[in-house]
Structures are given as structure tokens and as C-alpha cells.
Design a protein around this ligand. Structure first.
Ligand SMILES: Cc1cc2nc3c(=O)[nH]c(=O)nc-3n(C[C@H](O)[C@H](O)[C@H](O)COP(=O)(O)OP(=O)(O)OC[C@H]3O[C@@H](n4cnc5c(N)ncnc54)[C@H](O)[C@@H]3O)c2cc1C
Length: 339
């Protein structure tokens, strides 16, 4: 039945599209994957509208800035391995959107002036709708329609779901069983993260350390380039510790994780001037199969780090690869459409 709907849908859709010469694509999720997808579509002359439930774009690339204190509290830095990503990073570097973190791990790059600021710059030139949670996607002969609280939009010539696998599953499962199966093959490990600040530098500590007991990662945020100078630390718990404390209140988690950090760093910490915990329920995915999830008949796709690799580069690659499938499908349909 899905195939029959797809055939009907596809034929009338192509005609409508070609009559109007409009190719509007919807992207749910304005993290790095959704933004990479939108950028590649734009390079090919295709307009996308991004919808994100957050107050800010970027998803797990997030920064908090309060009264001269600053933390990147999601992704900490990124590295480059593939040639295509290297070329993109060079363009970001030329625009001063990224810089090396000299005190960080070898080859580490960070967003400028923060991870969140970097993503905000990537949004420029795109139609990004914030506070826009998509709860339902539906297709008819005109294309895809999306809706959520106070929001209804469409038709879109294609729809890309660029959210973590668990969240993608609820949106795609009524439409594409194979894609739904792929979403369930991947799971996300949670990550409790603490942001804390001190009046004085913790000068006995290195700029970062990782994998010590319950602490997966801890770093001095102000050792990154262009950050505020006050001593600000990001402390991220291991997946096991985060799972064990998953449903606890952030006000309970924050001092617990701070004490674990003090114990692992073997430091007598002064009283922090700021202490807050954030839970990433869908932190780092595992079980990727490296597939591009694109159904050309339905014109429905899904991307995100969970399809390629649990890092910024993986998310970016997935967005670009999915966009390329959209471009190829639309180009093929234009070629085959009746004159
Ligand atoms: C604590 C932590 C530390 C990390 N450290 C690193 C690191 O050092 N280096 C590195 O390379 N990677 C790191 N990562 C991984 C990296 O952050 C991710 O791989 C990458 O940001 C994923 O991007 P994405 O676009 O796939 O997903 P996301 O960033 O999760 O973006 C998905 C977006 O979809 C939105 N969304 C979800 N559901 C809906 C809906 N129904 N409607 C509308 N919008 C919706 C969300 O608000 C979000 O903005 C880290 C991740 C975490 C959590």
C-alpha cells in the first residue's frame, strides 16, 4: 500500500513542482546535520526551511553564556578526518568561524566565539524556525505537511528528519518501515553535564582530562580561544554514571558530579560561583550502520550522527549525503517529467 501511495504521490507531485518551479524542502532539526543538509541543498539552488524545537539552533552544539561566564556544554571540540569535511572546515576557518584549540587534544578545533556562536553563524542565509516542535508528518498528493503545537506548514517537495534516532523513530514509523527499523537499530547513551565556575583559577589542573572513574571528560572552557577569561569548567559524566542517575533532579546531580570531579582530579575545590547540571538524554549514539536513509518514492529522508558516526564530522557527512540524494532524485524526476 505504501508503494501505491508513493506512486500516486510522486507523479502528481512532480507535475505540481515543475509547474510552479518551486522546490521547497522541509528539514526537522537544526543541528549540524540539518544545517549541513540545508547548505548543500542551497548550493544546488534548492530552498529548505528548518524547524527546531529549541530556543536556539545547534542541538548538541550548545553554549551557555551568563554574566561573563561561558561554557560549551555539548560537543567540546571536533577533529577532521575526511577530505570533504576538511574542505568545509577550511571554508569555516577562512570565515573565522572555527579555530584551533592549542591547549586541547591534538588537532582539536572549536567553534568561534563559542560552539553555539559557530552554529548561529551557519544559520545565516537559511530559513530557520525556532520553538517549532514537529509532532506529526503527513503526506498527500501535494507533498509533505508537518505540524506541532501552534504550527502547521507544507507542502514540502521532500522532508528530511534530522533529529536523534529515538526522536526520528516516532516521526517516520508510520510512513517507512525500513527507515523505522534503521532508527531502532541505533540507541543513544545519555550524558549528564555540569557547568561550574570559580573565582580563582584551578591552577593545579591541566586544561582537560578524560576517562577517570565516572568522569568521561572535564575541561577548562576558558582555555579555548576567544572565550571569557573567568575559570569555567565543563564536567561530563560517563554513560554508566549518567544512566544510573538519569531521572534525578539536576540540583541533586550537579553537586554529586562536582564531588566526583574533585575526587578524580585530587583537588580541594573552592566553593564554585556557579553550578548547574544539564542532561543530554540522547547524548551519544551507538550502533551506526553508515547508511544514507532516503526513500526516493516517498521523498522522505533521515540524517544525523546516528546514521554515520557519533561526532560533528559524522553528523555533517550524513546531512550532506542525504542532501545529495535529494538533489539526485529531483534532477532525475525533472529529466523524466513530461515536457
Ligand atoms: C555531551 C556531549 C559531548 C560531545 N562531544 C563531542 C565532541 O567533543 N566532538 C564531537 O565531534 N562530537 C561531540 N558530541 C557529539 C556531537 O555533538 C553530535 O554528534 C552532533 O552535534 C550531532 O548533530 P545532529 O545534527 O546529528 O543532532 P543534534 O545536534 O541533536 O540536532 C538535532 C536537532 O533536532 C531538534 N529536534 C529534535 N526533535 C525535534 C522535533 N520533534 N521537532 C523539531 N526539532 C527537533 C533538536 O532540538 C536539535 O536541535 C558530543 C555530544 C554530547 C551530547
Amino acid at each position: 500500500m505504501i508503494q501505491a501511495v508513493a506512486r500516486k504521490f510522486s507523479r502528481s507531485w512532480v507535475t505540481a513542482e515543475l509547474d510552479c518551479r518551486i522546490m521547497r524542502i522541509g528539514i526537522v532539526g537544526a543541528g549540524i546535520a540539518g544545517l549541513a543538509c540545508a547548505a548543500r541543498l542551497k548550493d544546488n539552488g534548492i530552498v529548505a526551511t528548518l524547524f527546531d524545537k529549541g530556543r536556539r539552533p545547534g542541538g548538541r552544539l550548545s553554549s551557555l553564556c551568563i554574566g561573563g561566564l561561558e561554557w560549551d556544554f555539548g560537543a567540546q571540540y571536533f577533529k577532521v578526518s575526511g577530505a570533504a569535511f576538511a574542505a568545509e572546515v577550511k571554508r569555516w576557518h577562512d570565515r573565522h568561524l572555527v579555530a584551533p584549540w592549542t591547549g586541547g587534544p591534538d588537532g582539536a578545533l572549536v567553534g568561534m566565539p563559542s560552539m553555539g556562536g559557530f552554529v548561529a553563524a551557519l544559520c545565516q542565509g537559511h530559513d530557520v524556525r525556532l520553538n517549532a516542535e514537529i509532532q506529526r508528518i503527513e503526506a498527500d498528493c501535494l507533498g509533505w505537511h508537518i505540524s506541532g503545537p501552534g504550527l502547521c506548514d507544507g507542502p514540502f517537495a521532500a522532508l528530511i528528519i534530522a533529529v536523534p534516532s529515538e526522536q526520528a523513530a516516532t516521526l517516520v514509523s508510520l510512513h517507512d518501515l525500513d527507515m523505522a527499523r534503521e532508527t531502532t537499530a541505533t540507541r543513544s547513551a545519555p550524558c549528564w553535564t555540569v557547568m561550574t565556575a570559580f573565582a580563582e583559577p584551578l591552577s593545579a589542573l591541566p586544561h582537560y582530562f578524560r576517562d577517570r572513574g565516572p568522569i568521561a571528560w572535564a575541561s577548562r572552557n576558558n582555555s579555548k580561544p576567544a572565550r571569557a577569561p573567568t575559570e569555567c569548567w565543563v564536567i561530563q559524566a560517563s554513560a554508566a554514571w549518567s544512566r544510573a542517575h538519569l531521572e534525578r533532579d539536576p540540583t541533586v546531580v550537579a553537586p554529586l558530579l562536582l564531588s566526583a570531579f574533585a575526587a578524580e582530579a585530587r583537588a580541594d575545590l573552592p566553593t564554585p560561583s556557579f553550578l548547574r547540571a544539564h542532561r543530554w538524554r540522547f547524548g551519544l549514539p551507538y550502533g551506526q550502520r553508515g547508511k544514507v536513509l532516503w526513500n526516493p518514492s516517498l521523498r522522505l529522508g533521515a540524517c544525523g550522527d546516528w546514521t554515520v558516526a557519533p561526532a560533528i564530522e559524522g553528523a555533517w557527512q550524513s546531512g550532506v549525503a542525504t542532501a545529495q540524494r535529494v538533489v539526485d532524485t529531483l534532477a532525475r524526476e525533472q529529466v523524466h517529467a513530461p515536457g
